[in-house]
Design a protein around this ligand. Structure first.
Ligand code: CA
Length: 443
């Protein structure tokens, strides 16, 4: 993306009263410094959880303000329906099957696996380009020291390596203490969401004069369902319910998302106070759909499934002066697009031979052009899906049986009406495309 062209075009839009009511477009001079990047990742937040996506029970004014002040996606997807795969795809910019992380890295079964330090990650490219980089929160891409974020281009890491920890005692679901400063295990008091915020604020303050990349993979609203005033449920080596002891799961879930929203508010207040708002590109999304503790709005299915509820997630981009406010992007996009978009925003060249599976979204965030039609794929355990325009083909294996369904998402967002029998040629085309992709990512 040529940012000068983008800025020139935006200066035309900047005169419109529609945009100026947001205070946007008043200064259109090209920016003097490379932008800061903040990626905020929610864990298991559903398509219907936020008020800006129609949720009615949880108050999220700070997230809603980001969505209103930038571009909100209505058809954005995580590349996986569970945690580790989406994170592997995000960091590498390629389908997670290509780096050997198609499933969750569990404490019990996959403790020796992880994201190879040989992989190209956007964090490495930003670090090599002179950015100060940090990851505060959940890693979930490998437990062994060589898989630690500090070997993937993050100058600082504070957080946990497993899929979830007790929000107060920081013990994972295997009963192992899991809180780290880089590769060193440390003790630090505090509710996980607030610790992530504390380190984020410190990092921004310390790096206000140089470009930084800040990756904030939050734990909320993943279980255990605990608010900041609850007692710890997990002890080292102890027996406990992974989901926590609270009976009012929905009540805890609401508090957890509101804590996350407060965290976003504090980070953005720091950015504003340091006058960095126009120098900072913020991207927010969720790593997969909600469990039954949350809401996927009108979508069918939950986390772990390839129904839309498993992978269509809330997402928005915020960059005052570059991304016009109050945009809703209705074309399909995927978390794999974030890697090339970030490189484009910071004008960092792609390494030779690196072929991302996603595309640079920046032109579509700046302009009202449609994202070109393309084919997107998902594969998780015994489910596969392919998306082309409004069409989605879903393959689900059950025992020795295989069910293949076709949906038109424009008319049937809830995936209730299988229309495969009416479109035999399209079925054949999509199945062939899916099979070619499966062969490609298996290599
Ligand atoms: Ca997750």
């Amino acid at each position: 993306m040529d940012r000068r062209k983008c800025l020139q075009a935006l200066s035309i839009f900047g005169s419109s009263s529609f945009l100026s009511q947001y205070g946007w477009g008043k200064t259109n001079s090209p920016q003097k410094r490379r932008p800061n990047i903040i990626i905020i990742l929610a864990d298991d937040m559903g398509y219907g959880d936020l008020s800006c996506y129609g949720g009615e029970t949880i108050q999220t004014p700070h997230l809603d303000a980001l969505a209103a002040g930038g571009a909100r996606f209505s058809d954005f997807h995580s590349s996986g329906p569970v945690c580790s795969p989406t994170r592997a795809g995000l960091l590498t910019g390629r389908y997670q099957q290509r780096c050997g992380i198609p499933e969750v890295l569990t404490v019990a079964g996959r403790r020796d696996q992880g994201l190879s330090p040989e992989e190209v990650t956007f964090s490495k490219l930003f670090q090599e380009a002179g950015y100060k980089t940090a990851c505060f929160g959940k890693w979930h891409l490998g437990y062994r020291p060589e898989f630690n974020p500090i070997h993937h281009g993050f100058g600082q890491f504070r957080g946990y390596l497993s899929g979830n920890v007790d929000y107060i005692s920081h013990i994972d679901q295997a009963g192992v203490y899991d809180w780290w400063d880089g590769a060193a295990q440390i003790h630090e008091e505090g509710y996980v969401t607030r610790l992530i915020t504390k380190h984020a604020l410190r990092f921004i303050e310390e790096n206000q004069d140089n470009p930084f990349l800040l990756y904030l993979p939050h734990e909320a609203p993943h279980y255990p369902y605990q608010g900041p005033n609850d007692n710890a449920d997990r002890t080292v080596g102890g027996k406990f319910d992974n989901h926590g002891s609270r009976q009012d799961v929905k009540g805890a879930y609401k508090i957890m998302i509101e804590e996350l929203d407060d965290s976003v508010g504090e980070v953005m207040e720091k950015i504003r106070r340091l006058h960095l708002e126009r120098d900072t590109f913020v991207f927010f999304f969720s790593d997969n759909g909600a469990t039954q503790a949350g809401s996927n709005g009108p979508l069918r299915g939950f986390k772990g499934s390839l129904w839309e509820g498993g992978h269509r997630v809330p997402a928005f981009a915020y960059w005052p002066g570059i991304v016009p406010p109050a945009r809703i992007i209705r074309d399909p996009a995927i978390s794999l697009d974030i890697f090339p978009t970030l490189l484009s925003a910071a004008e960092i060249k792609r390494p030779a031979g690196f072929n991302p599976d996603g595309i640079d979204l920046l032109p579509f965030l700046c302009f009202t052009e449609k994202i070109p039609n393309r084919t997107l794929y998902w594969w998780y355990k015994r489910q596969k899906a392919v998306r082309q325009g409004d069409w989605k083909l879903l393959v689900q294996e059950n025992g020795n049986a295989e069910t293949v369904r076709l949906f038109n998402l424009q008319h049937d967002l809830a995936e209730k009406n299988d229309v495969s029998s009416q479109h035999p040629d399209l079925m054949k085309t999509l199945l062939n495309s899916l099979n070619r992709w499966l062969e490609d990512v298996k290599q």
